[in-house]
Design a protein around this ligand. Sequence first.
Ligand SMILES: Cc1cc2nc3c(=O)[nH]c(=O)nc-3n(C[C@H](O)[C@H](O)[C@H](O)COP(=O)(O)O)c2cc1C
Length: 335
Amino acid sequence: MGWYRMVAKPALFALPPEAAHLLAQRLLVLPLPWERLGGCARDPVLRTSLAGLDLANPIALAAGFDKSGRHLGPLGRLGFGYVVGGTFTRRPRRGNPRPRIVRYRERASMTNAMGLPNPGAEVVARHLAITPRTSPRLASVADEAVEDVIGTHGLLEPHVDGVELNASCPNVSWGRDRDNEAHLAALLRELGARRSTPLFVKLPPFRRDVEREVVLALARIAVEGGADGLTCSNTRSVREPRLSTGQGGLSGRALFDRTPEIVSEVVAATGRAVPVAACGGVSSGADALACLDAGASTVQVYTALIYRGPGVVGELTSGLASALGARRLDDARPP
Ligand SMILES: Cc1cc2nc3c(=O)[nH]c(=O)nc-3n(C[C@H](O)[C@H](O)[C@H](O)COP(=O)(O)O)c2cc1C
């Protein structure tokens, strides 16, 4: 997408990351031709479903881009198969002190320590109520106390098509310091009877064996607890002295080498019981295809949208449509 690379990206990247993000969100409220800027391929070969939700394509926007619930309308118009807003908490959160995002331009990656800033579930519910539903949408939800998650879920569920529990944020204490397994099991137990839309659980990534065992155990607990799908994965925890917290979550291309493998391990560990959304450094149609081949049903992206602009939706969907279309032709050919 020439205009983004030549004009918008240099202007946005001249600003500190959070100022650029704020500006991008201001632009999103303008009545621009977002469908055309996204350039999404409309090809029946891309149609799919996720836990009962019909999707025009499997490419989705990951949580964290819209933390207020006000921009999901234009973001959906870019052509994403679904969009995830949040993470939202029951009460407003300011997040961690700044600086809390660092870019690595040469690797098309970044590290963030946002700490889940958001206006709180009541305000978000009001935003969602007046934000047009231009694509299926999920609300990402997390909190320290189970009753707060239940409260947020109750307030937001009427305005979304499903909820993604963020069981994996590296930037808040409850992601690391408490018994994640018990917390997740309790959440699923409590939400089980109350919910009327699909429930997804977003897991952390893993590299070393010990992390792998923890994440696969969480995946099994999620499935046994009745989750309708899993998202693999959130950012990877790394040290970054330029952040106020000294550490944060790595996202973008630097993550991709592990993503298909994580997906296939989670798919195997859960016996294909529920669909898996791949997430982590996907930035091309070939990356997305590798995730689908590893067993993912959909593919979420965030950092590629920052580095490539809205046209990334068109690049990913048309790359995927060509590859899937060519495979269908091959399959149809007589041996
Ligand atoms: C600035 C920033 C904020 C994020 N905030 C959230 C969040 O609030 N909740 C969440 O589940 N994931 C959050 N993420 C993680 C993304 O949803 C995604 O899992 C991760 O960035 C890996 O995908 P990517 O490489 O395509 O960006 C955030 C990522 C970034 C870069």
